[in-house]
Design a binder for this molecule. Structure first.
Ligand SMILES: C[S@@+](CC[C@H](N)C(=O)[O-])C[C@H]1O[C@@H](n2cnc3c(N)ncnc32)[C@H](O)[C@@H]1O
Length: 210
């Protein structure tokens, strides 16, 4: 089940987004890891363009591709990036990254990939590796699994919701498992560079010789 193509679901997220505690810290660490030089950026599951928008502000001259499959989100992202170097593209993350998108030195995603089943998540991580320029970085600010049901419930309470309202679109995986996937694919400098409860920033680099 993935509710994100429904306009109401997208709207509810946008209304609540700024109320999630600590979330801004995660976006802040993403920027800390990117030099202020121009980059070619891919934002996977861009929503209204939150991550790539912050990167372009932080590193003027950057551009690239922002993709999502929600009509509501795409409309907002298109309005936001009209006339800029960011191309907004309708794309379902269930489908491989199109060949004609080229390569990127920054591939970012925020709170999107956990909507895919685990096999597709791993396949997408492989596609990301293939699309990174040598030395390029993958930054996945993600909703990750808790080690116990009690900690999962405590996370939901901490963000102002409850287990009965848990999003059925979520397919959460632990930090440890995902870091293992990234290492197995060949990413280097793999780490979780920020975490608050179920929100984590998973990163890896495609080495220059890889
Ligand atoms: C929690 S929102 C995050 C949006 C944005 N990245 C941000 O940081 O605000 C999740 C986004 O993932 C998108 N998404 C979920 N499943 C997707 C899929 N299969 N293909 C493309 N986008 C997807 C949703 O439409 C939504 O915009």
């Amino acid at each position: 089940m993935n509710l994100w193509t429904e306009s109401d679901h997208a709207q509810r997220y946008l209304d609540r987004r700024t109320s999630y505690p600590h979330r801004q810290e995660g976006y802040g660490v993403v920027l800390e890891l990117i030099t202020p030089a121009p980059h070619r950026v891919l934002d996977l599951g861009c929503g209204d363009g939150e991550v790539i928008g912050r990167i372009v502000e932080h590193a003027p001259g950057s551009g690239g591709i922002a993709c999502d499959f929600s009509p509501e989100m795409l409309e907002r992202a298109r309005a936001r990036f009209d006339g800029s170097g960011v191309q907004v593209v309708e794309h379902d993350l269930e489908v491989p990254i199109p060949d004609d998108w080229g390569t990127f030195d920054v591939i970012a995603s925020a709170f999107a990939i956990h909507h895919l089943v685990d096999e597709r998540k791993q396949q997408l991580y492989r596609e990301v590796f293939d699309r990174l320029d040598p030395g390029g970085i993958f930054l996945n600010l993600e909703h990750v699994d808790s080690p116990t049901p009690e900690l999962h419930e405590a996370f939901l309470v901490a963000i102002g919701t409850a287990i009965e309202f848990d999003d059925p679109s979520n397919k959460l995986v632990s930090v440890e498992t995902q870091l293992g996937w990234l290492r197995d694919i060949g990413f280097e400098q793999v780490d979780c560079l920020w975490k608050w409860r179920e929100m984590a920033l998973l990163t890896g680099i495609r080495a220059s010789g890889a």
